[in-house]
Every structure is written in C-alpha cells, then in structure tokens.
Ligand binder design. Structure first.
Ligand SMILES: Cc1cc2nc3c(=O)[nH]c(=O)nc-3n(C[C@H](O)[C@H](O)[C@H](O)COP(=O)(O)OP(=O)(O)OC[C@H]3O[C@@H](n4cnc5c(N)ncnc54)[C@H](O)[C@@H]3O)c2cc1C
Length: 412
C-alpha cells in the first residue's frame, strides 16, 4: 500500500494546479488521471477552441485586408492544417504540464480512480492511502431531450473538435460561451451559422446591454439567431423550430452547458472546479485549488467571465438588470471614441462601468482586448479603490484602456 499526503482525482486545471502547489510546499502528492493531463480545458475546451478561433480570425482578416492597404492573392483554407496546428498546440502545452508535474515529483497514475473513504483511493488494482483527497473530476457536455448526441449529426463540444472538414451549414443550440465562440469560428470560416437560444436574449447570463450588443454584432456578421426558440422535431436532418421555421443543417452542435462528473459527494473530501457545478471556468478551478492548498483566499464574486473572438466580451460583478434603479450610476464609453480602435479597424463595442457609493461594482466590456481591460478593473474592485483614486492613474495613449479612463471621468 502506497502512502501520500495528498491524493488528487483529475488532472485538469483544478487537479494539476493543486498538485503543483502542494508539491511546492513539500507534500508527497499522487494525481490520478484516466485520460489526458490538462483535462477538458487543455484537451477539449479553452485551448483547442481558442487555437481554432485564432485561425478563423486570421482567415477572416485576410479576406478584409484591402482596407489596410494590403492585397493578397487568392486565399485558401486547409482545415486539416488548422486542426493539426490545434493538436500541436495542445500537445506542446500538455508536455509542459507533464514536465512540471515530473519536476515537482508528483506521482501521476494514468488510471480511473475511485474514492473508497476520505483517506483511501482505489486505482489500477491498488489502494492508495492519503491524508487528504482533492477531487477535481470535472464535467461533461449536457444533452437535451430529443437532441441526444449521435456523434455524427448531433454533436457535443467534444465531437466538434474532431471534424476533419468544415460543414456548409451548422445549427448551434445554446448561446453561452461555447455556443457564441463556435458561432464566431464557423462564421469566420464562411459556414452558414444559425444559433438557437431558449432565453429572451443571446448570452442570457450577461448584462442585458452586452446581450443586445452581441445580437447587433451577430446581425452585422450575418450570423442568424433565434431567441425564445427551441427545436420541435428533427426528421431526416430537417429541423423544425418552435417558431415554425424549418432548417436543414449539415450538423448540429448542442451546447446548453455541462454537468458534474460525479453525483455523490463524500464528507471529508474537498471538491473543486467544474465537479462542484458552481462556476465552470478553468481559472475558477485553479483559484479554488490554490485556495485549498495555500489558504490564499480569493473573491469568487470577482471571477471574470470572458468570451473570445472579435470583439471580445468580458464582464465582472453586478449586472445592470440586477441593480435597483436609482441606487447606481453608469458610464458607457463607445470603443469608436478611441484612437487605437480606429488604428486597428476594431471600433465595435463599449466599456460600461457601474458604480455604487463611489466604487465600481460591475464592468461589462465588448471590445478588442476586453479580457485584459477587465483585469485592471478587477484589481481596483478587489482592493476597494474608489473612483476618485482611480482618476489619478495615468493610462497610456493610444490604448483601449483609455476607455476605462474616460469612463471614470464620465461618472457625475
Ligand atoms: C468548448 C469549451 C471551451 C471552454 N473555454 C473556456 C475558456 O475559454 N476559459 C475558461 O476559463 N474555461 C473554459 N472552459 C471550461 C473549462 O474547460 C473548465 O472549467 C475546466 O476544464 C475545469 O477544470 P477542472 O479541473 O475542474 O476539470 P476538468 O478540466 O474537466 O478535468 C477533470 C479531469 O478529471 C478526470 N477524471 C474524471 N473522473 C476521474 C476518475 N474517476 N479518475 C481519474 N480521472 C478522472 C477527467 O478525465 C479530466 O481530465 C471551456 C470548456 C469547453 C467545453
């Protein structure tokens, strides 16, 4: 029987982060992973989608580069190379994490593991005795009734990564982060793209003004979408929607969310990341891991949400629809007012700040570099820096961050 200080189930962002931080403290750590190190984030989520998205953005930019004074010959697309690059990126990063685990002397067991008790894990025919267990077993794609994955026509977010060629026409069910990013990818590659959302607006978890702006951007980009609409019936690849429309996609991506990989939670075991069903984001899983191992706390309410593509969408804190009227102030700076945006030809979007009692309580950004812009605001919110103090900061010119500067001064 092998003995360890810490046993970790799952080698995704939650699991490998916990392992590396614990090992750094001198703990003897064993990590169990039944599939690939890196988890969903590295192998089926964040990284592969962002790699394909980046290829799609280059493809789109090249088609519109004459406005920048650049002419090209005929532009052609080899989707298999896009996928090859994605695979290489994933592999490189996976090797990096594997090496970091090896250097930290974390014992990695490539096997399914089962928690027997709060101090015992079974894997590969052996029992591992551990002082503590962290379970970071992650989540899997949710199915919808009548839209069960057949992995050929009705696809999950895992299946869509395995396409070897692009469809001509795709229907995407769900307009959360996964649905929006894949809609952008396919549309950039000139695939006819339709998004279906059961809620009143696209990106239903976002600030209402962000949702409406994304709808406007989608219209401009000719990404078709239906809100308050669901699939009524599918017959021979012909899809009848609840609004009576009939469409005939080559494939359907079903992306309504994800469910935790376990259903029973044992007392005395720590659960982190997607498996808790709480906030299903890689950076949230990593911060939970660090908090658990090092006791460095973090503000869960200040977890950033980011949706990638052009323009990026990022937000943190309170949304306008959640605030009582007359209790807050709002500033909204259009990206088109910024010099850098015109230089880049990326003038779509806004930087919206919400404040209460002189402090920022929410930020909602649709802009190039929105993810990095948001981080500046989170630092201010986390440290309780009020708007008057923030006004003292010098922001570089020309940058998108000047939109934050302008926003601060536009509060009354
Ligand atoms: C298409 C897509 C795009 C995404 N994009 C982003 C993004 O841009 N930014 C972001 O923050 N998040 C993104 N996410 C979400 C992100 O991937 C997850 O939040 C993150 O991977 C959760 O990390 P985790 O460690 O909790 O679990 P996971 O990454 O799911 O890892 C869990 C691991 O545990 C292993 N495991 C499970 N059970 C066992 C067992 N019994 N024994 C051994 N091993 C086991 C699994 O094989 C898996 O490798 C995306 C997700 C998807 C699907």
């Amino acid at each position: 029987m092998q003995e360890f200080d810490l046993g970790i189930i799952g080698g995704g962002p939650g699991g490998y982060t916990a392992a590396l931080f614990a090992a750094k403290q001198g703990q003897k750590v064993v990590l169990f992973e039944q599939s690939d190190i890196g988890g969903v984030c590295l192998n089926k989520g964040c990284i592969p989608t962002k790699s394909i998205l980046h290829s799609s953005e280059i493809y789109k930019k090249l088609q519109n580069c004459s406005e920048f004074g650049i002419s090209t010959g005929e532009i052609s697309l080899d989707y298999s190379k896009v996928i090859e690059r994605k695979n290489n990126t994933v592999e490189k990063l996976r090797k990096g994490i594997e090496l970091a685990l090896k250097n930290a002397k974390v014992q990695v067991v490539k096997s399914e593991a089962e928690i027997i008790s709060k101090n015992e894990i079974w894997a590969d025919g052996e029992i591992y005795n551990v002082k503590q267990i962290i379970c970071a077993a992650g989540s899997s794609p949710k199915e919808l009734k009548g839209l069960e994955f057949d992995h050929k026509f009705i696809l999950s977010s895992d299946d869509i990564l395995n396409l070897t060629s692009l469809p001509k026409n795709i229907l995407i069910i769900g307009s959360g982060a996964i649905g929006i990013e894949w809609a952008r990818i396919f549309s950039n590659f000139n695939v006819t793209t339709t998004v279906l959302e059961i809620a009143q607006h696209l990106l239903p978890l976002a600030d209402i003004e962000v949702s409406k702006r994304i709808e406007r951007i989608f219209k401009a980009q000719k990404i078709k979408f239906y809100t308050q609409t669901s699939v009524e019936v599918i017959e021979n690849k012909s899809v009848t929607l609840s609004n009576g429309e009939i469409i005939s996609p080559d494939v359907i991506l079903v992306a309504p969310g994800r469910f935790p990989n376990i259903t029973e939670y044992l007392d005395g075991v720590t659960y982190i990341g997607d498996v808790t069903g709480e906030i299903q984001l890689a950076h949230f899983a990593m911060k939970e891991a660090i908090e658990e191992v090092t006791n460095i706390p973090f503000r869960k309410d200040l977890t950033p949400s980011v949706i990638y593509g052009t323009p990026e969408i990022a937000w943190v804190g309170k949304k306008e629809q959640d605030l009582e009227p007359a209790t807050y102030q709002k500033s909204l700076i259009l990206v088109s007012s910024l010099g850098k945006a015109w230089c880049d030809g990326e003038t779509e979007g806004f930087i919206k700040l919400l404040s209460q009692n002189g402090h920022i309580v929410g930020a909602h950004i649709v802009a190039q570099e929105a993810s990095s812009l948001l981080q500046q605001i989170i630092i201010a919110m986390q440290n309780n820096i009020d708007i008057e103090k923030l006004k003292e900061i010098c922001f570089a010119h020309p940058t998108y961050s000047e939109g934050i500067f302008d926003g601060l001064f536009s509060f009354k």
